[in-house]
Write a protein that binds this ligand. Structure first.
Ligand code: ADP
Length: 471
């Protein structure tokens, strides 16, 4: 059964259910009809016997019991010709019977019970009732009968009609079921055909939504949204691969060129020294680049907002202060880190906030000439809080300010070997911040410096225990 198509199975079920319904319905109709026919016959038999008994009672009352045979014949001529009856005396001797009763055999009841039975006589189906009747001191044997041949033939015809119509209805249901299931399963066929044509090169294809809102439509919508997610992931992997291969091309070329210089037998110690340190710095650059690309691929916005946590920003800045100062001191840049003693409780992610802070600090140091100043400042308003990293370095021209947050965008487009910038820092900072419900903005003036402001929502503090809320 399991190897049959849904269409065949549905067709089979339609036919089977229809055949069963027809069998049950047909038997019911037949039984009800034959029961009805029998009840009408029995009523007729009882009425007939009662009528003859009443007639005999009447004859007794007017003392005309002598010539009962003749009286009954006259009586019979007044009643319908089809009425069949017979009157015998207590010894079984016939008193009267009309001609149409002659072929019906005599039935003798036991004691006072009425005997009803069906019999076939002279090719006719007869239902007959016999009973004893006490009329005064007289005892008569009354037998009445009804000819049911026509009814029986009708019932037989009905039975044949029902028996033959069951397989016919089954066949009809099978044909209708086959046609209907074919119609209903056509969209499934379409889904299968479309789905089989979707592969890595055709990930933009989508299943057709008919707009009926039925189960198949919602299945198509579900598959489509699954395809959307797969396409986005695939796009991200493609972007990662493309970015990585593009960005790794020049450092590998530098490494190769440096190695060739050494292979050619370069022996001047300062050249060997410089070439080797080129190789090391390019290797460092590549390691950082790959890590950055991975961070970006993992923090893609389509992953939806991440679970946020409560954190205290002052604690992070306090912990990072020595590192920030050390980095700035290396380039002779003054650091001004300021925060008040109040707790700054934010909603977001602590390690993300720290990572973003270090990216901005790193940039501020790199793009501020020696002797400059960098400020790290915590801030808060009614709804948000965060930090600002400001410097009085080279600044960013207005036309670059939007673009510096894009992947690989660098204001100075020519990356020189040994420079650690990859153009990914700010795009990582932005996507990480936004992933945890925060925002990042930039104010800058060329030659005067830049200020990056990071903001997270203030943490909602639950009311203190036992506090009564009033309007
Ligand atoms: P990079 O690795 O090149 O620093 P980022 O994404 O961090 O990549 O920065 C993109 C560009 O934005 C940088 O190349 C630089 O030109 C500019 N930029 C970033 N921070 C500063 C800053 N504090 N001052 C001046 N320019 C900046």
């Amino acid at each position: 059964m399991s190897s049959l198509t849904i269409r065949t199975r549905l067709t089979f079920w339609y036919a089977a259910v229809m055949a069963v319904v027809m069998a049950v319905l047909g038997s019911g109709i037949y039984l009800a009809a034959s029961f009805g026919v029998r009840r009408v016959a029995d009523q007729e038999l009882t009425a007939g016997a009662n009528g003859i008994e009443a007639f005999l009672q009447h004859k007794l009352a007017i003392h005309q019991m002598d010539n009962l045979g003749e009286e009954l014949r006259e009586h019979a001529s007044l009643i319908p010709r089809s009425r069949m009856f017979r009157v015998n005396d207590r010894n079984g001797a016939l008193i009267y019977q009309p001609a149409n009763m002659a072929f019906v055999p005599l039935q003798v009841p036991i004691q006072d019970e009425t005997v009803i039975l069906n019999l076939v006589a002279d090719g006719r189906s007869i239902r007959t009732a016999s009973r004893y009747s006490h009329v005064g001191s007289h005892l008569f044997l009354l037998q009445v009968a009804v000819d049911q041949t026509e009814y029986k033939e009708l019932l037989m015809g009905l039975a044949w009609l029902l028996i033959l119509s069951a397989p016919f209805a089954g066949l009809l249901a099978a044909a209708a079921g086959y046609w209907m299931s074919g119609r209903m399963l056509r969209p499934v066929q379409l889904i299968a055909t479309t789905a089989s044509s979707i592969d890595a090169n055709h990930l933009e294809k989508r299943l057709l939504i008919s707009g009926t809102g039925d189960e198949l439509d919602s299945l198509s919508a579900t598959i489509n949204s699954m395809l959307d997610r797969i396409a986005t992931s695939y796009e991200r992997i493609k972007q990662f691969t493309a970015d990585a291969s593009h960005e790794l091309r020049s450092p590998t070329a530098v490494v190769r060129a440096s190695a060739e210089v050494l292979l050619m037998g370069e022996s001047r110690p300062e050249v060997v020294q410089r070439t080797l340190s080129n190789i090391i710095s390019e290797a460092d650059y590549m390691t950082r680049l790959i890590a950055d690309l991975l961070t970006l691929a993992r923090s893609a916005p389509d992953r939806g907002p991440q679970a946020e946590e409560l954190f205290e920003l002052g604690e992070s800045v306090r912990a990072l202060k020595p590192r920030i100062t050390w980095l700035a001191d290396k380039k002779n840049i003054r650091t001004m880190i300021s925060f008040d003693d109040d707790l700054l409780l934010l909603q977001g992610n602590q390690s993300v906030a720290e990572r973003v802070l270090m990216i901005l600090v790193d940039n501020a140091i790199r793009y501020t000439p020696s002797g400059g100043t960098m400020w790290v400042q915590l801030w808060r308003d009614e709804a948000n809080g965060g930090f600002e990293v400001r410097d009085n370095g080279i600044g960013i021209l207005p036309q670059h300010q939007e673009k510096v947050f894009e992947r690989f965008y660098r204001v100075d487009a020519v990356r020189t070997p040994g420079d650690s910038g990859s153009g990914l820092g700010l795009s990582i900072a932005k996507s990480l911040t936004e992933l945890y419900g925060g925002e990042i903005s930039l104010r800058s003036a060329p030659g005067q410096g830049s200020s990056f402001i990071v903001s997270f929502p203030l943490a909602m503090m639950p009311p203190p225990d036992g506090a009564i809320l009033s309007n």
